[in-house]
Design a protein around this ligand. Structure first.
Ligand code: AMP
Length: 290
């Protein structure tokens, strides 16, 4: 009888994925160019697009999967935030991600006495409505940058203020990392993909694309009166009203300078429309360039 050879487990076409739970165990190959994608998991096409970009541009892609307790307020959704690591790992594997860093909160924060604080650009909009949120974000991102030591790091424009906040933190703390901001990936009906969309009940899911539609409508109308601050004020007010009539509870809908996040009255080269609104208990954010 012929003896059967023992075979290595089938790995599919993609690269073997390393899963790292202890910070001390993290290392990248010494000659690798590392592209890093920080995430909180519950992956969708938006996350996968960041991973594709990192893999394509750098060759070695590291993803962190960590629901960061520091960036959630006491009445926010930390405990019910979607967690599905097995599916996430499969999805990361399908992109050819090389390593997923998935530490526990204990591993990240036990005994911590140092936090990063950011003022200025973090104090408006999301920062005003979610006190402490951006300090939690920059603390975890600074720690992850130091653990992973990437050449490039990838963030989604869906979280537009977060991109600006992380740029400022990286500049202020002299991280030598090139940051890449990736255009928002959307569902077919325009809704920006988000792990939190899973909270929408069917009735609110049908209303949700109105946020993006209103941003596009406002951008189109503002482009026809870029220097008319009174007209711009009226446009913003009328789209806010449309959102309220649709059932949104609007937190903000504003024209800002994308470099400073300060509200502006006239549109120019760096203008961006940003919005946040609740549908039931689900909070959606989105933005468009002008
Ligand atoms: P999160 O897991 O929600 O913290 O997101 C991880 C990264 O994915 C962040 O840089 C997000 O801005 C980015 N991201 C989330 N949703 C999208 C999207 N729809 N399109 C592009 N990037 C996204």
């Amino acid at each position: 009888m012929r003896k059967r050879c023992a075979k290595a487990p089938f790995q599919g076409a993609s690269t073997a994925l390393k899963i790292i739970r202890r910070i001390a165990d993290f290392e990248s190959p010494p000659d690798a160019k590392v592209g890093f994608v920080p995430t909180m998991g519950a992956f969708h096409e938006g996350h996968l697009e960041l991973m594709r970009r990192a893999k394509g541009e750098c060759g070695y892609c590291v993803v962190s999967l960590f629901v960061n307790p520091l960036q959630f307020g006491p009445n926010e959704d930390f405990s019910r935030y979607p967690r599905r690591e097995e599916t996430d790992l499969e999805m990361a594997r399908s992109i050819g991600v090389n390593a997923v860093l998935s530490p526990s909160a204990e591993e990240m924060y036990a005994g911590i006495q140092t936090k990063v604080m950011i003022g200025g650009i973090s104090e408006l909009w999301e920062g005003e409505l979610r006190p402490g949120h951006f300090d939690g974000v920059v603390t975890v991102v600074a720690k992850l940058f130091n653990i992973v030591r990437p050449h490039m790091a990838y963030f989604g424009e869906k979280d537009f203020q977060q991109c600006a906040v992380i740029s400022k933190m990286a500049e202020d703390l002299n991280f030598r990392i090139t940051l890449r901001f990736v255009e928002t990936v959307r569902e077919q009906d325009g809704l920006a993909m988000s792990s939190r969309n899973a909270y929408l009940d069917p009735a609110n899911r049908t209303k949700a694309p109105q946020l993006y539609k209103s941003l596009l409508e406002a951008a189109g109308r503002i482009r026809t009166h870029p220097n008319d601050s009174a007209a711009i004020g009226e446009i913003l007010e009328s789209v806010r009203q449309t959102l309220t009539d649709t059932g949104f509870d609007v937190d903000y809908f504003a024209l800002v300078d994308s470099r400073t996040l300060q509200p502006i009255e006239r549109a120019g080269e760096y203008s961006r429309l940003i919005a946040a609104a609740k549908l039931g208990s689900t909070r959606l954010i989105d933005n468009v360039p002008l």
